[in-house]
Ligand binder design. Structure first.
Ligand SMILES: [Zn+2]
Length: 252
């Protein structure tokens, strides 16, 4: 998932530990919104961004970045103004997304691994969108590439369209009436039902559906990342294994 779901947390982690998104621009936008939202003016927000970059961005050149930082601050000011005028919160702060038993049962009824995974990912995206837009319309406007990436399936472009069409046919989704739009609306959300689990991590989150279906999903004992376990002995994810075991091997 590309969206930063908790912008306050992201900004605080950035300031305290230099944590940065893969795309530094995203962290900068987040910091700008955070600064402005705290009541800083444009000038002080610039200082915040500049200090962050000086401290944590390798080979940072303040002169080269000057126009860009100013542009980010201007855009963020505009964003905050629009959100405030609509009486909406100015920072995205999503910590968890609940999934109900009824929703899971509906997904399971699809009886196709590919459709089920896609439906689950779409459901989560629609709930996140609702939280960001502060409504309950369940519309999704993300790129299919991103959605299929989160569903962890290798699906050809042609099949991507067919799977979505199938969900529309089955009444799980609704297409946008606008010709130029690829937006879809999720129709199978049952928010008021009993919660089966809360999603709190959004990397590999489709595995939470696999876990619910009874697959052997374990959590890395170091970082907590979910993984499909091939054996019960599996304790670490690939990254932690690489980081922890290789240095020891090298010593031997
Ligand atoms: Zn790990």
């Amino acid at each position: 998932m590309k969206i930063i779901l908790n912008e306050r947390h992201h900004a605080e982690q950035a300031i305290a530990h230099g944590k940065m998104d893969k795309k530094p621009t995203k962290t900068l936008i987040c910091l700008a919104k955070y600064g402005l939202q705290q009541g800083k003016n444009a000038e002080d927000t610039y200082v915040l961004l500049n200090q962050f970059m000086t401290k944590y961005y390798p080979d940072y050149n303040a002169v080269q970045w000057d126009t860009f930082l100013n542009r980010i601050i201007k855009q963020s000011q505009k964003y905050i103004k629009i959100r405030e005028e609509a009486s909406k919160s100015t920072l995205i702060e999503i910590d968890h997304v609940p999934v109900t038993h009824e929703e899971l049962q509906k997904i399971k009824q699809l009886k196709s691994k590919r459709l089920e995974k896609l439906a689950f990912v779409l459901l989560v995206y629609s709930k996140i969108n609702n939280r960001i837009n502060e409504n309950d319309t369940y519309w999704i406007n993300h790129e299919w590439k991103e959605i299929y990436g989160d569903s962890q399936m290798a699906v050809s472009k042609k099949d991507q369209g067919l799977l979505v069409h199938k969900l529309i046919q089955l009444g799980y989704l609704k297409e946008s009436q606008r010709v130029d739009s690829t937006n879809v609306q999720v129709l199978f959300a049952v928010e008021h039902g009993e919660v089966a689990f809360q999603l709190v991590r959004f990397d590999d989150f489709v595995l939470e559906y696999s876990r619910w279906k009874g697959e052997n999903i374990k959590n890395c004992t170091v970082c907590g990342k979910r993984m499909l376990a091939k054996s019960n002995r599996m304790k670490y994810c690939k990254e932690c294994k690489k980081a922890g075991i290789n240095p020891i091997r090298k010593l031997l």
